[in-house]
Design a protein around this ligand. Structure first.
Ligand code: C2E
Ligand code: CA
Ligand code: CA
Length: 472
């Protein structure tokens, strides 16, 4: 009897220990990946940092952030995204040595902590190598799935010597690495913290602007290179905040993209540009810039459709400007939308050609109607014969593909003459007109109309409006 009681007690003791282990696992481990969760990781890092000697070498914390998971979930289902995350976690765990520990920080990010590093470069090398491993495709059923990973590195210092500070710094570095379109990794530096504060202010200003109509579109004219006639206007967004003053789109567009506001902003721009352009003469088009994110948030086609329907602007008078980064997103998601816009009757313009990758495959895979050669390219061509050769080749290529070409950022008569010499189709830049508010567009249109009524001498070389102005 006593023996049986002892056995039962032993069984209960074992059961209790098992339950305690389960509770401990639930509290410290991430259920999906089996890595430490955020809280357990912070506790371990803090304990390790506290136990260090005063003169110990620096510690480093790297955050890895995965982007593109919604695309994977959308295309292949939630299980695929979960499987991908587990596979990345297993790779990270495999890389971490005994004196390093890793965790899953939140849905899409991981962290790796090194208690002692020989020098900052060692941390950067580890970040680079780990990034490379994590970025390799994962096999899912019959296909390979890839996501983009960014890494941010933070180093401990005498004042920043706790897990929370290191995590904040690594997170800021990681976000900046993900946005820069560079190598995908970055070190934390204090300027990043300042930039993040400013970014947060800009996001608040944007939200405010959306609520109180502080946003405006300005319109920059572009001209037909052969006839000199006004061909259309590019709509460029402006934000004039009562407290922060004028904020450049170069700053607020990326802020809107990262804060998830670009869908609203872009939808507004499409509706507003179409509303205004519907009042212009029939042969004048409007170009609207569209962000890569707008292709991902699913409302672009509806926004374009509604903008055209409400304004009654015929689709052939709306040009959608996309950049190469749009094409670099998920082909399966982006291509049907670009084709859909083309089928609606809109023109599709490849913006900023000559920057970025300038991949030739996009040119035949996507139904573009026009490409815009970037300003930096036009500028470089002035004193670099090689670049002139490249512009010549781009012109031949576009002719063969049936694409029209706009030269952007033309500031001098010499640049205009050079691009005319290449039989470029359109010209746009400060030389022929800066972006102006909607109310000033009528004056530009009327001026061109008046010029058309002037008796014409026979023209052998085209006179662009600015050249006329110079001659006046
Ligand atoms: P982008 O689409 O390449 O637009 C051309 C930019 O070059 C405009 O700057 C324009 O003002 C400027 N520009 C035009 N001619 C000249 C010139 O001769 N010299 C120089 N130095 N600059 C010239 P802006 O308005 O500051 O816009 C900057 C960028 O912000 C745009 O570059 C575009 O990428 C983005 N952006 C502007 N509006 C929108 C929008 O409504 N939606 C989206 N997604 N992006 C926009
Ligand atoms: Ca543009
Ligand atoms: Ca451009």
């Amino acid at each position: 009897m006593e023996q049986q009681q002892r056995a039962e007690l032993e069984a209960l003791r074992l059961q209790k220990a098992r339950l305690e282990r389960d509770v401990e696992r639930l509290l410290t481990l991430d259920q999906l990946t089996g890595l430490y969760n955020r809280t357990a990781f912070i506790n371990r890092v803090d304990a390790a940092l506290k136990a260090r000697k005063e003169d110990a070498p620096q510690s480093a914390l790297i955050e890895f952030s995965v982007s593109g998971l919604p695309r994977v979930s959308g295309a292949l289902g939630r299980h695929a995204a979960d499987y991908l995350l587990s596979s990345l976690a297993a790779r990270l765990n495999h890389i971490a040595t005994d004196d390093q520990f890793c965790c899953r920080l939140d849905y899409k990010s991981f962290a790796l902590f090194m208690l002692e590093i020989s020098d900052p470069l060692a941390a950067l090398t580890l970040a680079k190598n780990t990034l490379k491993k994590l970025s390799e495709p994962v096999d899912w059923v019959d296909r390979k799935v890839s996501v983009e990973v960014a890494a941010g590195v933070a180093l401990s210092s005498k004042t920043e010597n706790d897990a929370e500070s290191l995590l904040v710094h690594a997170g800021l570095a990681c976000r900046s690495a993900g946005e820069r379109g560079g190598p995908g990794y970055a070190f934390f530096n204090p300027a990043l913290a300042e930039a993040t504060r400013r970014r947060a202010d800009v996001v608040v200003a944007l939200q405010d602007a959306l609520d109180h109509q502080h946003l405006a579109l300005h319109y920059q004219p572009f001209f037909d290179c052969n006839t000199g006639e006004l061909a259309g206007f590019e709509a460029l967004m402006r934000l004039n905040h009562p407290r922060m003053g004028t904020i450049s789109p170069v700053e607020f567009i990326p802020a809107a993209e990262s804060a998830g506001l670009i869908g609203k902003l872009g939808g507004w721009a499409l509706a507003e540009a179409c509303r205004i352009a519907a009042n212009w003469p029939q042969d004048i088009v409007v170009s609207v810039n569209v962000s890569p994110e707008q292709f991902l948030d699913g409302s672009l086609m509806t926004d374009v459709h509604n903008a055209l329907e409400l304004s009654t602007l015929p689709a052939y008078r709306l040009e959608i400007e996309v950049t190469e980064s749009t094409m670099m997103g998920d082909m399966e998601m982006v291509h049907p939308q670009v084709q859909g816009l083309r089928d609606m009757g809109c023109a599709i313009v490849l913006d900023d050609f000559g920057t970025g990758y300038s991949s030739l495959s996009y040119l035949w895979k996507f139904p573009f109607t026009k490409m815009k050669i970037d300003r930096s390219f036009v500028q470089a061509a002035e004193d670099q014969p090689k670049v002139r050769g490249m512009i010549g080749a781009i012109m031949d290529l576009s002719r063969n593909l049936g694409l029209k070409v706009t030269a952007e950022g033309i500031e001098t008569p010499m640049q205009a003459a050079m691009m005319q010499g290449y039989h470029c189709n359109y010209i746009q830049g400060y030389l022929t007109g800066r972006p102006v508010p909607a109310t000033d567009v009528a004056a530009i249109i009327m001026k061109r109309f008046a010029e058309k009524l002037r008796p014409q001498a026979s023209v052998t070389t085209l006179e662009l409006p600015a050249q006329r102005r110079l001659a006046d």
